[in-house]
Ligand binder design. Structure first.
Ligand SMILES: [Fe+2]
Length: 260
């Protein structure tokens, strides 16, 4: 039954994305980045959800979350010309608002609507509140892993493009300086996720993304993170120093231990 809802939401999204088409070329590149990201995250969450044994409507629910998780990005960029939440507004909360105002969840049960709204609303929080449990937590973990797996791809792909073709908001405007901040490297040494507030440079942002391996939940996520190679490419973009090498070793060892 939710297959139908999925089709309906796919069509709605296409129209919604089209409504942003009139903006300038730079905006167009940033919207295109989020459109492709949405499609890939939907594919990722399907893979992960299947690996946990979800099927039928429960699987379609995961795909709906994948499709809607970043729906707030478009309005965020149009209003603020950035994807940096703390310099604009929380795109997850904005997404929840768009979903509600557009009445996208009609026809689903209250529980399903709750699961979707919570997964979208919390997909970007640093730490999941302890109060989120059971099925709600499962779907939230699924979207967070699926999202991370594709953000690695986005970031590597963008870095390989000439400046003029990059989506300007992808780097969150950090200066491309050679340094890595000590606080960021120390966080990785403790096998902890790096907080955005510690970042000063693009290299710090690369390290932050590498530290996301410490927050993956599903065996298939670790496997895909290693197989796809985006993390290795991300690591190769960092400047050489003993501290950076140590951080990279920590990340690879952690990933390896979860894949074996
Ligand atoms: Fe997001």
């Amino acid at each position: 039954m939710h297959e139908e809802k999925l089709r309906e939401l796919e069509n709605w999204l296409k129209d919604y994305w089209r409504s942003f088409a009139g903006d300038d070329a730079e905006a167009g590149r940033n919207y295109a980045l989020k459109e492709l990201h949405t499609t890939k995250v939907r594919d990722n969450i399907r893979l992960l959800a299947e690996s946990t044994g979800l099927s039928g409507d429960r699987l379609a629910l995961a795909e709906i979350i994948g499709l809607l998780h970043d729906v707030g990005r478009f309005e965020q960029y149009r209003r603020h010309r950035t994807f940096y939440d703390s310099k604009s507004e929380n795109h997850a909360a904005l997404g929840v608002r768009v979903i509600r105002e557009s009445r996208l969840l009609e026809g689903l049960t209250n529980e399903e609507a709750d699961i979707i709204l919570q997964a979208v609303g919390l997909h970007n929080v640093f730490r999941i509140p302890a109060s989120v449990s059971g099925t709600h937590r499962l779907y939230l973990n699924l979207i967070r892993d699926a999202d991370k797996l594709d953000i690695w791809r986005v970031f590597v792909d963008q870095s390989l493009l000439p400046d003029t073709e990059q989506a300007s908001a992808a780097n969150l405007d950090f200066p491309d300086l050679p340094e890595c901040s000590a606080g960021v490297l120390e966080c990785i040494g403790r096998r902890e996720m790096v907080n955005l507030s510690l970042l000063r440079t693009v290299n710090d942002f690369r390290l932050l993304q590498l530290s996301w391996v410490f927050d993956l939940h599903f065996p298939v996520s670790f496997k895909l993170a290693r197989e796809r190679g985006d993390l290795a490419r991300l690591g190769a973009m960092l400047p050489f120093s003993p501290e950076v090498e140590r951080s990279l070793r920590t990340v690879w060892e952690f990933l390896g231990s979860r894949c074996s």
